[in-house]
Design a protein around this ligand. Structure first.
Ligand SMILES: N[C@@H](CCC(=O)N[C@@H](CS)C(=O)NCC(=O)O)C(=O)O
Length: 222
């Protein structure tokens, strides 16, 4: 298998939240893969062209795009390995978690680290990233978007309260073992950690303990 992943100027710095979901899913299923670190401006050339985002997974003849579609593909193709969804109900609940994480947490994380993301990119990617994101922000610069982030950190931390409540009853969102829902959120938290020195959580926060448990399946490495 080959996994196309987003990287910074340093190809070892792989920081995409969506790609981390798949790294963790592959580790959970015990499937080996070769990484293909790809910068933003290299995405259109992946596999001869036509790709607009990563992750992209190549498994023999199969080419699968989109992190959720990749998770569904892995679950269907490797059903005897540890589960990602635990059935159709779990698959649908994972979609809910995806919507919550992407809709509620991603915009907050952008406001915490978007200028830090820019700083770790190659020169060509810096130009692309600034133009595209400042277009999204309707002219607000990356630096203005990130300014005053310490004031917004408590609201971000409070967004994780539903997980803290859940962790009083179970080690993972999935119960005793992690499921794809855990990997969705852990992938998203890895993204700011890979690009910024900002401490997202206070020491002793149960979210950090959960995060370390999830990352243990990746050899403990974020
Ligand atoms: N729905 C897609 C979203 C993937 C996505 O947005 N990936 C980002 C990297 S984190 C990307 O490739 N962006 C390309 C760009 O901004 O040009 C998935 O789940 O895989």
């Amino acid at each position: 298998m080959q996994l196309y992943e987003l990287c910074g100027e340093d190809r070892e710095r792989r920081f995409s939240p969506y790609t981390w979901r798949i790294r963790l899913a592959l580790a959970h299923k015990g499937l080996a893969f070769e990484t293909c670190p790809t910068r933003f401006t290299e995405i259109p050339a992946i596999l001869g062209g036509g790709q607009t985002s990563v992750p992209v997974l190549v498994d023999g003849e199969a080419i699968v795009r989109d992190s959720f579609a990749i998770a569904e593909y892995l679950e269907e193709t490797y059903p005897d390995r540890p589960a990602l969804f635990g059935g159709d109900g779990g698959r649908r609940l994972s979609r809910f978690v995806e919507s919550w994480v992407t809709g509620t947490l991603h915009p907050q994380i952008v406001g915490l680290v978007v200028a830090d993301i820019h700083a770790i990119l190659s020169e060509a990617d810096k130009t692309y990233f600034r133009q595209s994101r400042e277009g999204w922000f309707k002219g607000v610069t990356l630096e203005e978007k990130q300014a005053g982030r310490e004031e917004r950190l408590p609201a971000f931390q409070a967004s994780l309260d539903p997980l803290r409540a859940h962790l009083k009853r179970a080690a993972f969102m999935g119960g005793e073992a992690p499921l794809f829902a855990d990997f969705i959120l852990a992938g998203t938290l890895t993204w700011p950690m890979k690009v910024s020195d900002l401490e997202l959580f206070e020491p002793g926060d149960p979210v950090l303990d959960w995060y370390r448990r999830v990352m243990a399946i990746n050899g403990g490495r974020p």
